[in-house]
Design a protein around this ligand. Sequence first.
Ligand code: CO
Length: 244
Amino acid sequence: MITKITHIGIAVGSLEERLAFWAQALGMELAGIESVASEKVKVAMLPAGSSRIELLEPISEDSAVAKHLAKRGEGIHHLAFEVADIEQAVERLERMGVAPVGEAPRAGAEGKRVAFLHPRDTGGVLVELVEGETAGGRDETEITAGSVVLLYLRDPQEKLWGLLHRLDPSGVVIEGIDLASFDDWISQVEKDEESVVGPSVLFLPMARIEKVMLDRPSGNIPSLAERFERRTGRKVAEVLNRGE
Ligand code: CO
């Protein structure tokens, strides 16, 4: 049933503060930041081989991680195991008298389906089950310098699109443009007009980052980079990347 440990979730008061240890001192790679609405947490992902460490900072007082912090302080919050078929796994557990907590399965990080088992049923360990990749599907969720990304910000809310220059504990450096200006920018490049709107190199502090996502096609909808390239006939990479 279990195929691997996918991640170890660690509750932290502040991602920025704890990334100073995990990413900077220990030297783990920071491969993504994501807010998970269902758990009310902001997650920093640090790969370690085929598993990873997930640092969890609550984004709401009533999140389970906020309660964990209040009661037990920072530290290991849960262990997550990959299963091939989550419905089957939940069914089996229910037959064995172990009922998952809350709605199961539900949407977790990266849109994967997850279920949680209560520590009282497991001897003190909060266990998460995560449905694995579909057969043959490679995990292409890795975000690195040079990735074209969407950046969701808060306080105030904003969405940016652009080329990721750097993702580190202090925040994100992106050569990007506000999504609201994206189409104006395309028209401008298309007509070869003088630039009125355009991408610039920006630093966004960790506290403002809600989520960093790869700019990817979804079903029939092309990615924004594809939209740009189709309309202008130019490559995103030749238009951007002036910053470094
Ligand atoms: Co988890």
